[in-house]
Design a protein around this ligand. Structure first.
Ligand code: C5P
Length: 230
């Protein structure tokens, strides 16, 4: 099988819609690999915030930021059924998951040279027997020939509620209305940037998950997988 024959399923959609969870569930059922493309933008954000502490992203040189993205020494290691992310020797799995890094990630993600720098890295995840890629532009830019493209949506209120519950369950204090506000800001930035804005591919199947639970969404995605993937 050549690389271009390896099947890809794209799962795109806004922040907090549950792409990661669904991606894991479907990958497990199929025994396929996963690309969490958002983690690459988050790792870039972490490195940028370390290299340029206290400096606003829009004051930084774009080609310097692209170099950081290109030269990240990142590795993904599976341990006890969980994916552990290393930057060099450092385990940064949890470090990149906070809202501050998410916000910086969405700012660096709006810079075209950074997106360019991460393209080859994302495509390198494509290995047999198949790949499930989650992000914002998987179906529109990174894997335009994917065998199946799914676009997940849910209202900002519902996504914030889910995030709120997740944080509470972890014992982390959170404020629901500021979570809604943060999601709206991130949606707005992701949908209205010039390069690779968040939008469904023309041939994507759109699933509104507002009223659905994880099992129902997974079943709906698996229904489409059974139609499209031999
Ligand atoms: O999905 P996640 O919340 O981890 O992504 C963090 C940020 O990275 C998003 O808000 C978005 O701006 C950016 N991103 C992107 N394209 C992707 C994945 C993530 O622009 N394919």
């Amino acid at each position: 099988m050549t690389k271009s024959d390896v099947p890809v399923i794209c799962l795109d959609g806004p922040s907090g819609v549950g792409k990661g969870t669904i991606c894991l569930a479907v990958a497990k059922k199929l025994g396929w690999h996963i690309l969490d493309s958002g983690s690459l933008y988050r790792i870039t954000a972490l490195q940028v915030s370390r290299d340029f502490p206290e400096q606003a992203i829009n004051t930084l040189d774009e080609s310097q930021l692209a170099d950081i993205a290109k030269n990240l020494s990142v590795s993904y290691v599976e341990k006890n059924n969980e994916l552990v992310i290393f930057l060099g020797e450092e385990d940064i799995t949890q470090l990149i998951r906070n809202e501050e890094i998410g916000s910086i990630a969405s700012q660096v993600a709006a810079i075209s040279p950074v997106r360019e720098a991460l393209l080859a890295r994302q495509r390198a995840f494509l290995t047999e027997p198949g790949l499930i890629a989650d992000g914002r532009d998987m179906g529109t830019v990174v894997f335009p020939k994917a065998v199946l493209k799914i676009y997940l949506t849910a209202s900002a209120e519902e996504r914030a509620q889910r995030r709120y519950k997740q944080l509470k369950d972890k014992g982390i204090d959170a404020n629901l209305s500021s979570l809604v506000e943060e999601l709206r800001i991130r949606d707005d930035r992701d949908m209205n940037r010039k390069t690779a804005p968040l939008k469904p591919a023309l041939d994507a199947i759109i699933i509104d998950t507002t009223e659905l639970d994880i099992k129902q969404v997974t079943n709906e995605v698996m229904h489409w997988v059974s139609q499209r993937v031999a």
